[in-house]
Design a protein around this ligand. Sequence first.
Ligand SMILES: O=C[C@H](O)COP(=O)(O)O
Length: 263
Amino acid sequence: MTERKPLMAGNWKMNLNHFEAMKHVQELAFSLNDKDFDAVDVAVLVPFTDLRSVQTLVQGDKLRIRYGAQDVSEHASGAYTGDISAAMLGKLDCAYVVVGHSERRQYHGETDALVAAKALAALKHGITPIVCVGEHLDVRKSGEHVAHCVEQTRGSLAGLSADQVKASVIAYEPVWAIGTGEVATPEDAQEVCAAIRAELASLFDESVAAATKILYGGSVKGANAAELMAQADIDGALVGGASLDAADFTRIIRYRDAAVAAS
Ligand SMILES: O=C[C@H](O)COP(=O)(O)O
C-alpha cells in the first residue's frame, strides 16, 4: 500500500503583508521541530506580495516549511495585466499553488476547464497544484454532493496524465464549511474524499488513486483535526482561518498528539 505523507497547508487568503508574513513564518518555525516535519509536510500558501520575503526566510534559515501561492495564470506570459505565471512562481521556488479555490470560482468565475489549465501550467514548472473542489449548501441539501464533487474533480483534472495527477493534490472543501465554523463531520468528509479517490481509480488506475493526496478543508482547527485525519481517505488539511494562528496551526500539524490524548 502506498504511504501518503500527510500535508497540512495553511491558506492565508488575503491576509498578512510581507512584514507580518515573516513574523508569522518565524513563529511557526519556532514552534515546530524535526519530528513534526518528519511526520507531516507543512506548507503556507501566501499572498503573491509575501512570496519573496518568505522564500528568503525559508532558504536563509533552512526551514523545512514549504510555501506557495494561491493562484496562477493559465498563460505562459504576455498581456495579462495583474496575472502571475507559473514560471514566475517557479523562479521563487514555490512548491505549491492553489487552483480553483471556491472563492476564485465564486468571485472570479473560474470554471473547471480553467482550473485544469492552471493545474497544467503549474505542473509544467514543477509546482504541485492543490486542486480544490466542493459543493455549495443547496447541492449538499439536494443530496447531489458526491456526484457534484466527482464531476468537478473530473473537469478540474481534464487533460492531466496519470503521472501529473499523482504529482497533484486534491482538496475537498464543502463551501458551506469554509470560514463558517461549520465543519463537515468526519464521515461527511470521508464520503466525498473516498468517492474522489474511487473516481481517480476509474479515470486512471489504482496506483493513481493510492498515490494522490486528498485534503479536507473547511473550518479545520486543532480541536477537530485528529478526527478528520482518522478517516482513511483524508491525507491532510487545507486550513484557512486557523493557519493564521501559529499555535492552532501547530496543533493541527500535531493532530496525532490529540488522538493519543483522547485514547
Ligand atoms: O483554503 C482554505 C479553506 O477555504 C478553509 O478555510 P477555513 O479553514 O477558514 O474554513
